[in-house]
Write a protein that binds this ligand. Structure first.
Ligand SMILES: NC(=O)C1=CN([C@@H]2O[C@H](COP(=O)(O)OP(=O)(O)OC[C@H]3O[C@@H](n4cnc5c(N)ncnc54)[C@H](O)[C@@H]3O)[C@@H](O)[C@H]2O)C=CC1
Ligand SMILES: O=C(CO)COP(=O)(O)O
Length: 295
């Protein structure tokens, strides 16, 4: 099958490698790169299957300026909620791609491990079950791909776990111990599940790979960029300093701002996300800890 990957960052490169094992794969990015099978965007858009890894905060503009729908089957591999509007990715994409042509990838999957062919399990989520199965069949043998129709459950899980991962990094950075980390991760899971229910997400997604799976991975490892954002905040670094050092996307930041906006609009109780937002805005982490323990 002819697969085009859009975005040659960490995740796009790892997915191009993985899909390339059984398929003809091409990759593109904003600036030309000296990598195998690199093509300009106009050529990539001619592929039957597209994998899009453009970050959540950039994708609305990217679609407006670059995307032309001509029947392609699209797998969105990014995770996040748009900060400026509080829109989920499926809302943003809806304007450009019909529901039957789009799927969303979720589950615990560090790019650095996928690119080494380490065993990984993922979920392809789409309202179109045939499309999910088609994408699932494109993965190589070291990746087990499940399918689900719970697009919103996958989206909420993938976006929210990044915010909890920032909180977990702060917890580690402050030396609060394993009891606190376990409490934070389990209460984080409850918080994201409660949030997801507002949008009709299914419980199964939260206890499976998309929710608990990705949360446990991201909130317990320095391999996670979001976890490292938390470590930086615990050290008293500013958001700008942290982003400069990181040099890669950490979707939990934008998503924290999106959740803040949504919580205010819908009057939702999101205690951990609220404190992560406040710390990103400069609140002292010790003060946030006191507030979380007493709320
Ligand atoms: N790295 C990982 O392990 C995983 C990442 N993801 C998600 O995949 C998405 C991409 O992450 P990474 O590739 O790891 O980040 P990265 O920081 O390595 O690369 C980001 C890519 O997006 C492109 N990009 C940024 N702004 C753009 C714009 N305005 N227009 C076009 N392209 C633009 C960059 O050129 C770069 O190719 C994020 O939503 C992330 O949460 C999901 C699962 C695993
Ligand atoms: O989503 C991921 C793993 O599933 C990657 O997490 P980070 O963006 O925090 O590195």
């Amino acid at each position: 099958m002819k697969v085009g990957v859009i975005g040659a960052g960490k995740w796009g490169s790892a997915l191009a490698y993985a899909f390339g094992i059984n398929n003809e794969v091409y990759i593109t990015s904003r600036t030309p790169r000296d990598v195998d099978n690199f093509l300009p965007l106009e050529e990539i858009l001619k592929c039957e299957y597209l994998i899009i890894t453009v970050p959540a905060q950039e994708v609305a503009r990217w679609l407006e300026e670059n995307f032309i729908f001509s029947g392609q089957k699209v797998l969105v591999a990014s995770k996040g909620i748009e900060a400026s509007s509080g829109r989920f990715l499926n809302d943003i994409y809806k304007k450009h791609i019909p529901d039957e042509n789009i799927a969303f990838l979720s589950g615990p999957s560090f790019a650095a491990e996928v690119i080494q062919s380490l065993p990984t399990a993922l979920v392809v989520n789409s309202l179109n079950e045939t499309l999910s199965s088609e994408f699932a069949a494109l993965f190589p043998p070291f990746i087990k791909a499940y399918t689900s129709k719970d697009v919103i459950g996958a989206e909420v899980s993938g976006a929210y776990k990044n915010v909890i991962a920032i909180a977990a990094g702060i917890c580690e950075g402050l030396g609060l111990g394993k009891n606190a980390a376990a409490a934070l991760i389990s209460r984080g899971l409850v918080e994201m599940q409660r949030f997801g229910k507002v949008y009709g997400a299914k419980d199964d997604s939260f206890v499976g790979l998309s929710g608990a799976g990705d949360l446990f991975l991201t909130a317990s490892s320095t391999m996670s960029r979001n976890f490292r954002v938390g470590l930086g905040l615990a050290k008293g670094k500013t958001q700008d300093e942290i982003m400069k050092e990181l040099g890669e996307v950490a979707e939990g930041i934008g998503t924290s701002y999106a959740l803040h906006r949504i919580a205010q609009n819908k009057d939702l109780y999101l205690p951990i996300a609220k404190e992560v937002y406040a710390m990103l805005e400069g609140k002292n982490p010790q003060e946030s800890l006191r507030d979380l323990l007493s709320s």
